[in-house]
Ligand binder design. Sequence first.
Ligand code: GCU
Ligand code: CA
Length: 130
Amino acid sequence: VGERYEAETAPAVCQGTIDSNHTGYSGSGFCNGDNAVGAYAQVTVTPEAAGTATLGIRFANGATGARPANLVVNGTTVATVSFEPTGAWTTWSTKTVTVPLNADGNTVRLDPTGSAGLPNIDYVDVGSAA
Ligand code: GCU
Ligand code: CA
């Protein structure tokens, strides 16, 4: 059984604004990060057990270029994610990555490496430890 961590729900961090002007999001809104390198979105996740977990990152990128980001877990970059255009800000897609997690709280940060910043981020789903 997985858990969903909404980008707008404390203790999540959004270096930007929580918006709700583009339909199709889950919960009460999404993180619209500032358009800048390093303007991050972060959730704190507690898995059922330590080990490798599958993350599903839901996003929308209505711009014309990809918005790559480092995926930083507990302060360590464990992957890079290329958030390609989805065609519209109301068109949401999910990126799947596997990451190592502790059994306690883990910070999962999407740290954009381009000057356009992140795509809009809806939530992070965390699957069972594999
Ligand atoms: C538009 C859009 C935002 C998005 C932004 C961006 O302003 O409405 O939701 O975050 O573009 O380019 O990042
Ligand atoms: Ca933005």
